[in-house]
Design a protein around this ligand. Structure first.
Ligand code: PLP
Length: 354
């Protein structure tokens, strides 16, 4: 039986994507070669890379608006460093909304001066700070749109002349936003886009080339752009599978359609958390993430029973992160609503039993 996969990442991909990707590993497009043994300089792979880059701009509504798309390696974690390397000259600002923001801050501090503009650490990151002032002399302001561990999401972004850099690793392609408000977006592929191994970077080209440091080639966005995202051997399988997921998303009706589906799943999940007296949500209600729902059992004595029921129902990947405890249901784009229904049923069965 295929499990209900609530993993926070790497996470669920559409079944049809997995099937096509599996076939390509054996024989890509009936060419008699596996995708992963083909030259990245072959026409077949150059087409895959170009199509993937174009699909990203199309889905985000950024075509013809001065943005470049890169598929890099090193995870979102390398972007913590690369963003600073490429953009930090005098001072950058960081909004600290959780463990991933903190890691981004730590890396940027190795490159130059940064300030923490605001933080929600005072309440173990269970909310998104609002109404803060963004100093106008920053090289950029770094935000984490969705806090995977704590289950919070930024609903509206600061209006400022300072360039916005956003880590969208756990909610990219999940909701309609005006993406032109961001100057640089990055996201590890392994939640809403594809397998681990590639990281998406979408950058406004006129933001680059303004720092005085000598950037090592492999960390230099301009070098990657100049090489059409093939400065070195790209992660061919991860890029191809991401392309398949982007095509799937487009066929589903794009981001607007998937947002509607995501909202239905989130409503179902959070209604159960709120109505079932055995559970308590972790994140502030207005900041709840539709991607990652974090919740705890009110009475920890029920944990063993609940865990056994989850296992019996084929539900996997719902253990909370150690810094929050309890449970976390990650409901990325490819998760069917039936999986959320299955989880909600187990939660209400527990209530009936208790
Ligand atoms: N940023 C966020 C919001 C994440 O959720 C994660 C991983 O879960 C990362 C960054 C780190 O990504 P990677 O493992 O690709 O370096």
């Amino acid at each position: 039986m295929k499990k209900h996969n609530f993993s926070a990442g790497p996470s669920i991909l559409p079944q049809e994507v997995l099937q096509k990707a599996a076939k390509a590993v054996i024989d890509y497009n009936n060419e008699g070669l596996s995708l992963i043994e083909m030259s990245h300089r072959s026409k077949a792979f150059i087409d895959i890379m170009e199509h993937s880059r174009a699909l990203v701009l199309e889905l985000l509504g950024l075509e013809g608006k001065g943005y470049q798309v890169l598929f890099l390696q090193g995870g979102a974690s390398l972007q913590f460093l690369m963003t600073a390397m490429n953009l930090l000259e005098k001072k950058a600002g960081y909004v600290n909304t959780g463990a991933w923001s903190e890691k981004a801050i730590k890396e940027a501090q190795k490159i130059g001066d940064i300030i923490e503009v605001v933080s929600s650490k005072d309440a173990n990151f269970n909310y998104i700070p609002k109404g803060y002032n963004v100093p106008s002399d920053l090289d950029y302001l770094h935000l984490t749109s969705n806090n995977t561990i704590f289950g919070t999401q930024i609903k509206s972004f600061p209006t400022t002349n300072v360039p916005l850099v956003c880590d969208m690793s756990s909610d990219i392609f999940s909701r309609v936003l005006d993406f032109t408000q961001f100057d640089l977006i990055y996201a590890g592929a392994q939640k809403n886009m594809g397998p681990a191994g590639t990281t998406l970077v979408v950058v406004k080209e006129d933001l680059l080339g303004k720092v005085s440091r000598n950037i090592p080639a492999i960390l230099d966005y301009q070098k990657h752009i100049g090489a059409d995202s093939m400065l070195n051997t790209p992660p061919v399988f991860a890029v191809y599978t991401s392309m398949l997921t982007l095509e799937w998303l487009k066929n589903e009706g794009g981001i607007a359609a998937i947002e509607e589906a995501n909202e239905k799943k989130a409503t179902l999940m959070y209604s159960e958390i709120d109505l079932n007296p055995l559970f308590k949500g972790f994140a502030a209600v207005e900041d709840r993430s539709p991607m990652n729902a974090t919740f705890n059992l009110v009475n920890e004595d029920l944990k063993e029973t609940f865990d056994a029921m989850l296992k019996e129902a084929g539900i996997s990947g719902v253990n909370g992160h150690r810094s929050v405890g309890g449970y976390r249901a990650s409901m990325y784009n490819a998760l069917p609503i039936e999986s959320v229904q299955a989880l909600v049923e187990v939660m209400s069965e527990l209530e009936n039993k208790a």
